[in-house]
Design a protein around this ligand. Structure first.
Ligand SMILES: Cc1cc2nc3c(=O)[nH]c(=O)nc-3n(C[C@H](O)[C@H](O)[C@H](O)COP(=O)(O)O)c2cc1C
Length: 182
């Protein structure tokens, strides 16, 4: 389904082994077969201190993956009405590399009421780094899953629709977003 020529990256941000946002990220990987994969649970990062942490080797590795991608799908848990700290920390460590990226969000939450929680990070990416946010968020709660499986057909469909949009936006804006100044 995806445009195979446009480089995409899926980042799974939960550190929980039973993560539902990772289950969604894996489903997205089925749709975006050539997308690169990054799991923060498998890549230990220092806490951003605004200084020495930028020199950590894993920060450079992650920054390279972000740099190489045109479109990035973020799969995140919702914690305290926000994205989780692992994602926030990764953004702090890789900041300007998000310039001009097309970004989509898959969110796993405990309840229905936190559906706008991703907006703070979306705003920060837009206003700090001129990222282009795909205007379609996937937001899911426990009722959409059974164990490690997505049991809600509509959720699976919404993940595919987001993958399609991410791919289309990334292709359409290819060549344009590179011209955005940091
Ligand atoms: C520290 C913490 C804070 C949470 N805060 C919220 C919240 O504000 N809103 C919500 O709907 N769910 C909240 N939850 C529930 C998680 O969003 C839910 O467990 C989700 O599945 C986590 O994503 P993951 O399964 O990918 O790790 C919280 C869970 C934890 C552990």
């Amino acid at each position: 389904m995806s445009d195979d020529n446009v480089p995409l990256l899926i980042i799974s941000c939960s550190l929980n082994p039973g993560s539902r946002s990772r289950i969604m990220a894996r489903a997205a990987q089925e749709d975006l077969a050539n997308a690169e994969w990054l799991d923060l649970a498998e890549s230990e990062l220092p806490l951003c201190d605004g200084g020495a942490a930028y020199g950590h080797e894993n920060v450079s590795l992650i920054a390279e993956k972000i740099k190489a991608a045109k479109g990035i799908l973020i799969a995140t848990p919702i914690y305290n009405y926000d994205v989780n700290a692992a994602l926030k920390n990764m953004l702090e460590l890789t900041g300007r590399h998000w310039t001009g990226k097309v970004v989509g969000f898959l969110c796993a939450a405990g309840g229905d009421s936190s559906y706008m929680s991703v907006m703070a990070v979306a705003n920060s990416l837009m206003l700090d780094f001129r990222s282009v946010i795909v205007p379609r968020f996937v937001y899911a709660t426990g009722k959409h899953f059974e164990g490690p499986s997505i049991t809600d057909a509509d959720l699976r469909h919404r993940i595919s629709a987001l993958c399609q949009d991410l791919s289309n936006f990334s292709s359409a804006l290819d060549g344009l977003t590179e011209k955005l100044e940091a």
